[in-house]
Design a protein around this ligand. Structure first.
Ligand code: PLP
Length: 450
């Protein structure tokens, strides 16, 4: 399929090597004078979106040419890393691969020197294949598959978590040299995705678990926790650090020389500084300087780095019999079984914006925005996915200035976390979508060879 600027192999990631936006940017003294990563990022993302959608005519294109696609700004991942280092200098991040295993994201983070949190053989393999040393991987799944434990033992990936006695016996049998982190329970009631129903040892079991680990001759090296994905209460970190301190003391009493505290994930871009400040103070109070501190952020790194563009494939007009006013049911080519799986699994509410309508591309302009919720203006649309299931609805009601029609495009921002990775092929729709990479930070370009 032929785009305006690049030939794009279906499903293959695309990188704009000769970045026109970058050249425009360099030529434009106003922009250069106001160089600011976030402004430049919008410029690059807008340019990539525009080039792609302006090259597609839904009246004549091949099947799939109008498929959903992402624009990923690797510069945003880089900025998030710098922000992490500024706010949590003591804490070494191990990126949680499950959140978005995008190869370019992994490559960039590997170049930036982070570690990786993996939970399956293929995640571990993906990271090892990038040339990351086994010491930079933690197998942070307290309930592991036997054959995967044998696999990591053969690869020298030693760090792993546990939270129960059966798992300790499994590890004693399959990988007695493993470096174990005792994962403790946290109060995750204020988080979007609770994990404590499934994982974590409560404080009244930790002493017995440590005694058993000692008896089995195992090597406990640290304590880990996770305050829940999408945590909203920074105090959850304080409580968890206090609990970890109790377990550190229990472990010392059993003769273990614990070296590392793992503070897990749960960080969100919007509230990061507040979370980091509570965590930093708690760490300074409870964790002495000789103890290493690691974390497992996922969402924090990638959420804001990806924008998705979806095509309107069908529309149904609804006439209000009383007022004669028209509203629209708008069907797009991605939904809950696809990249919007985050609505089901991650309790997200992605907000549509108008990318292109009536031959005009509106990215990042006031006309792209919907009216705020509750404002009874403009034209009402509901937004639906492409499958035959009635549950496949993205937005119940949203109002735009424009009346949208088939062939128009919508975009959704902050679509980098728990989206593509949990998409399915239900109803025969593709789960493989192009990612057009841009990079709004020169430091990241250098690391990626872009
Ligand atoms: C999912 C997960 C993470 C990442 O969580 P985020 O909320 O995306 O930061 C980290 N650690 C473990 C063990 C997880 O299961």
């Amino acid at each position: 399929m032929v785009m305006a600027t690049a030939v794009v192999e279906q499903f293959a990631p695309v990188i704009f090597k000769n970045n026109h936006a970058l050249n425009d940017f360099k030529k434009n003294p106003f922009l250069e004078h106001h160089h600011n990563g976030a402004v430049f990022a919008k410029h690059l993302i807008g340019d990539a979106l525009r080039r792609r959608v302006e090259g597609i005519d839904h009246e004549s294109c091949e099947p799939g040419d109008e498929d959903t696609f992402f624009v990923g700004d690797l510069g945003e991942v880089y900025r998030q890393h710098m922000r992490w280092k500024k706010n949590l200098p003591r804490v070494k991040p191990f990126y949680a691969v499950k959140c978005n295993p995008d190869p370019r994201v992994i490559q960039l983070l590997a170049g930036l020197g982070t570690g990786f949190d993996c939970a399956s053989k293929s995640e571990i393999e993906q990271v090892l294949d990038m040339g990351v040393e086994p010491e930079r991987i933690i197998y942070a799944q307290p309930c592991k598959t036997n054959s995967y434990v044998r696999y990591v033992a053969s690869k020298g990936v030693k760090q792993m978590t546990f939270d129960n006695a059966d798992e300790l016996r499994k590890i004693a049998k399959l990988f007695p040299d493993a470096e174990l982190y005792l994962r403790i329970l946290t109060d995750d009631s204020s988080s979007l995705c609770r994990l404590s129903l499934k994982f974590g040892a409560s404080l009244d079991t930790t002493d017995d678990l440590l005694a058993l680990a000692k008896e089995l001759g195992l090597n406990v090296v640290g304590v880990s926790f996770h305050v829940g994905s999408g945590a909203s209460d920074p105090m959850a970190f304080l409580k968890a650090v206090q609990d970890a301190d109790v377990v550190f003391k229990q472990a010392y009493a059993h003769g273990f020389d614990l070296k590392t505290l793992d503070v897990g994930g749960g960080f969100i871009g919007d509230t990061f500084e507040d979370m980091a400040s509570v965590l930093r103070d708690a760490l300074d109070e409870y964790v002495p300087p000789h103890v290493n501190i690691i974390a497992e952020p996922g969402r924090y790194y990638v959420s804001s780095a990806f924008t998705i563009a979806c095509n309107i494939i069908a529309r149904r007009t609804i006439q209000d019999p009383a007022t004669g006013e028209a509203s629209y049911m708008t069907y797009i080519n991605d939904g809950l079984y696809g990249n919007f799986s985050s609505i089901m699994f991650d309790h997200q509410q992605p907000v549509a914006k108008v990318l292109r309508t009536g031959q005009r591309t509106l990215y990042n302009t006031p006309s792209a925005e919907a009216f705020p919720e509750g404002v009874d203006a403009g034209i009402e649309h509901s937004i639906w996915g492409p499958t035959c299931d009635g549950i496949d609805r993205i937005t119940e009601s949203i109002r735009f200035k424009q009346e949208l029609d088939v062939g128009d495009w919508l975009y959704f921002e902050d679509m980098g976390a728990y989206t593509k990775c949990s998409a399915t092929k239900f109803n025969g729709f593709s789960d493989a979508h192009d990612v057009i990479y841009v990079c709004s930070e020169l430091g990241a370009r250098a690391l990626l060879g872009m």
